[in-house]
Design a protein around this ligand. Structure first.
Ligand SMILES: *Cc1c(COP(=O)(O)O)cnc(C)c1O
Length: 363
């Protein structure tokens, strides 16, 4: 029996989040050995977790009968050292940056508020905002997926509450420039959420603007460069006034004991972080040069491939059959039918990706 009328009406039009495919799913669908599958569909860290994080989780396993600290203050201290911002500007969050987004939407959105979404972009902003009653206002990107800054500013209305800017953007790899972000911060009557999930891989970091503007929130994650996607850990950098309001409504104990200790350990493992960044930067240059389709320049640990005149559905299917998991971008609003996102792998994995794309291009 279904009783959809019991679910609040805001939810009825929301499309479910489409995650990257898992190794188990592809192994059973195509009869492949799981050990042979290369997982490059979710932008995880291909080096595995930091050895220090593994050690920390094991060392604290016997303490998991006890609640973590409600505000994860030990982790916040460590994030403060890493980012250089005082603890008054930092909220640690779980599960992942997605948990930060959920708490922020609960804090900020009233029914009918508008949120501006430059598309294509990460789809969870729309889900989290709409579930809290927001009305999405989409702004399509310009040529080569450059952010349409004029379009974003023209989309502003009396009801604008949040503008989402992902930099580097998922799935396009494009950055928002500091000058453009300043223009938007000065123009809007609402808040700007800047998603820096991939900032460690890029040359541009916009978080210092929280010292100058009272309407910016920066989201970060441990899922990518820090290699802790399975721990579900993120954090926000924001002006102290927003943090005070946020702490009133944040889910208590939203970061688990293993996540807290793994996060602290990963922040201390500078060698691992440097190696992750080097691997992504070198690998993406290689993929951009070698894949025989149009590959967009990227500032993240993934590249966006346009397989036109072929279709992303067909090409990703061919790669999946070969045991290479990539992300068909059709589920991203406004991404069209020809885009595939590929996480930068290890050098051996990148070689295999290139060979596979070459086979597709001559087939
Ligand atoms: C991966 C990703 C996130 C989610 O991070 P979690 O901390 O794993 O929830 C947020 N934003 C973007 C753009 C991402 O690609």
């Amino acid at each position: 029996m279904r009783r959809p009328e019991l679910v609040k009406k805001e939810v009825s039009g929301i499309a479910e989040y489409v995650p990257g495919k898992s190794i188990e799913e592809i192994a059973s669908k195509y009869g492949l050995d799981p050990a042979s599958i290369i997982k490059l569909g979710s932008n995880e860290n291909v080096l595995g977790p930091s050895p220090k994080a593994i050690e920390a989780v094991i060392a604290h396993a016997s303490g998991i009968n006890i609640y973590p600290s409600a505000d994860a203050s030990e982790l916040v201290e460590a994030i403060s050292v890493y980012t250089g911002f005082p603890v008054e500007n930092i909220c640690a969050a779980g599960p992942g940056m997605d948990g930060l987004l959920d708490n922020l939407m609960r804090l900020l959105i009233s029914a009918g508020d508008e949120v501006i979404l430059p598309i294509p972009t990460f789809s969870y902003y729309e889900i989290a905002a709409r579930a809290n009653g927001a009305v999405p206002v989409y702004v399509s990107s310009g040529q080569d997926f450059a952010f349409d800054i004029e379009g974003i500013m023209n989309a502003e209305s009396e009801r604008t509450k949040i503008i989402f800017l992902c930099s580097p953007n998922n799935p396009t790899g494009r950055l928002v420039s500091e000058a453009d972000l300043r223009r938007i911060l000065e123009h809007t009557g609402g808040l700007v959420f800047v998603d820096e999930a991939y900032v460690e891989f890029s040359d541009c970091n916009l978080a210092h603007l929280i010292n100058e503007y009272d309407n910016i929130i920066v989201g970060r994650t441990f899922s990518k460069a820090f290699g802790l996607a399975g721990m579900r850990l993120g954090y926000g950098l924001m002006p102290a006034w927003i943090r005070s309001e946020y702490m009133k409504i944040a889910t208590p104990f939203n970061i688990s004991v293993p996540a807290i200790v793994a996060g602290i350990a990963a922040l201390s493992d500078t060698l691992y972080l440097q190696e992750s960044i080097r691997c992504a930067r070198e690998g993406r240059d290689f993929l951009i040069k070698q894949i025989p389709f149009r590959v967009y320049d990227s500032q993240a640990n993934f590249v966006l491939v346009d397989v036109a005149p072929l279709r992303s559905r067909d090409v990703s299917e061919v790669l999946l059959k070969k045991g290479i998991i990539v992300r068909d971008c059709r589920s991203f609003r406004d991404a069209g039918e020809t885009l595939i996102r590929v996480t930068v792998g290890t050098p051996e994995q990148n070689e295999k990706v290139v060979v596979a794309f070459k086979e597709v291009s001559v087939a």
